[in-house]
Every structure is written in structure tokens, then in C-alpha cells.
Write a protein of this length. Structure first.
Length: 161
């Protein structure tokens, strides 16, 4: 067995690594997805600073507020694009967004009294949800959206159908 030496200059290992498979090819959505991955990492890193002080709980809560706010912004943008392109799976996709938001809001309310083990489980939920939702569910609306964008790009004066 070979032991790998890790120097102090090595890149920090992230909780969730940005993966090219997360790209869907819509620049604004890809940028938002990458930021969501970063926020998930920030949340996890804030949990690792656990020392049962007021500052720790404040940091976790502030980080979670940023995550919730940005996820809401991202979901609204995705849902706007799905509606504009008449994506047939809109209701199911929105229901997935709503269920995620509800779970996050419930956890946010409880975060100050949540044992660290439960908070870490929630971080794993975030990571797993990002990986499955971005890599699979978001790809379901892609063909409809790309067709919509292609049709509207070729129309004069930006007219929409």
C-alpha cells in the first residue's frame, strides 16, 4: 500500500466537487448551479467549525440563510424558463423545488437547537439533492428549453411564440 503525501499547499477537498456533468449548457443556469455547489460547501464548512459557541450557531444560520435565499432565486429562474418554454413536466419539477424548500425552511427554524450530527445529515441531504437534481432532474427540461430558445433566437425583434 502506498501512502500519499499531502503537502500544505494541496488543494482543499470540498464536500461536493463541481463536476462537468452538472452543466446543462444554459450559461445562467450553469453559473447558478456552480454557486449552489459552493454554498453547500460553505454550509458544510460552517458545521466543521462546531465548538458550541454562539458564533458557531450564528455562522451556520447565516450560511443557511444565504443558501435558502439563493436557492429561491435559482428556482424562480428555472421555473420561469420552464413556463416560458411550456415544459410539460413543470408541475412535477416545481413540486420537487417546493419539497426541497420546505425541508430547508423546517431545518432552518430548528438549526439553533439541532444536534451537530443532525446538521451534518442535513448537509449530506443538500449534497445528495444537488447531485441528483442537477445531474438528472434538470436535464429533463433541457430539450424543451433548448428548442424554445432556438425558436425564439431566430425570430425578428425578439418576438416570442
Amino acid at each position: 500500500m502506498q501512502i500519499k503525501h499531502i503537502s500544505s499547499s494541496s488543494k482543499k477537498t470540498e464536500f461536493i466537487e463541481w463536476d462537468p456533468k452538472f452543466k446543462i449548457g444554459i450559461p445562467i443556469i450553469d453559473k447558478q448551479h456552480e454557486h449552489l455547489v459552493s454554498l453547500c460547501n460553505d454550509f458544510y464548512q460552517s458545521l466543521l467549525k462546531n465548538n458550541d459557541t454562539w458564533n458557531y450557531k450564528t455562522l451556520v444560520k447565516q450560511t443557511m440563510e444565504k443558501c435558502l435565499e439563493y436557492a429561491g432565486t435559482h428556482f424562480r429562474e428555472e421555473e420561469r424558463l420552464m413556463l416560458a418554454s411550456h415544459f410539460s413536466g413543470y408541475k412535477q419539477h416545481k413540486a420537487s423545488h417546493d419539497a426541497f424548500t420546505e425541508k430547508c425552511e423546517i431545518t432552518y427554524v430548528r438549526i439553533e437547537n439541532l444536534p451537530i450530527a443532525e446538521a451534518l445529515k442535513f448537509a449530506h441531504f443538500l449534497r445528495d439533492w444537488i447531485q441528483t437534481h442537477i445531474a438528472h432532474e434538470d436535464r429533463l427540461y433541457l430539450p424543451t428549453l433548448l428548442e424554445f430558445l432556438k425558436k425564439n433566437q431566430s425570430k425578428p425583434n425578439g418576438q416570442q411564440s
